[in-house]
Design a protein around this ligand. Sequence first.
Ligand code: HEC
Length: 233
Amino acid sequence: MSARSFAAWLTVVALCASSSLGCREEHGDDPPIAPERNMYDSERYNPESYSQFFPDHRTMRPPVEGTIARDRYEDDPEVATGLLADKSGYVMTIPATFVTRHGGMEKILARGRERFGIYCAPCHGLTGDGKGMVVCKRDKATDPCQSRGFAPLPSYEDPRLRQMPDGQLFATITHGVRTMPAYGAQVPIPDRWAIVAYVRALQLSQMAEAKPPQVEPKPAAGPEGDRPQGGNP
Ligand code: HEC
């Protein structure tokens, strides 16, 4: 047999073999040949299918009564929404239950600083002055802001934003406001509160008035202070 006819014969054999074995994506009544079944075809229920095992025959089991989704804070509506439990207004400060649950303010602030840098600073700027790189074009960091035409952003120094309840800041991140997009889908609840804490820290640090420190005059040395140590009275 010549090399060429041998190659042709080999091709025919290969084609026959592959057509009789079939491929995974092909539909047929015969089970596919899987040499190593193992976890390839593990036992499972299809959604909404019938179960012989459970008395109500539902394969989709309802969660055990009292189950709480860990990341939704359903047990703590103030943390979940930033609204007072009776929904009459926003919570004024970050709920204390949240702070204890998340290992204290220092840890929360560190996380908030990082998340703020990712999710807010591009528009609001690292200091919260509303002049982030989305808003301002600059060749050097020290150049003045050249608007790119983005909606103007308020500075966090704005007295209205300084007085805004923490819960409203939280809700602003969750739902967005006017031209600001919502970040509830990207930023989970604990990170939103952490960002709120960091915005508060920014407001305090950026808004400190530049005035010389007040030095308390030393109280005039009284009879106690004057008394010589160990001397004769
Ligand atoms: C895509 C740009 C963009 C990003 C990112 C962004 N913001 Fe804003 N933000 C805006 C704009 C624009 C406004 C002004 C909205 C208006 O008044 O129309 C605004 C306004 C605000 C206000 C003032 C709301 C008010 O009631 O006037 C707060 C507070 C705020 N943003 C916080 C945040 C925080 C916190 C983040 C990060 C989670 C963030 N923003 C991310 C664009 C952005």
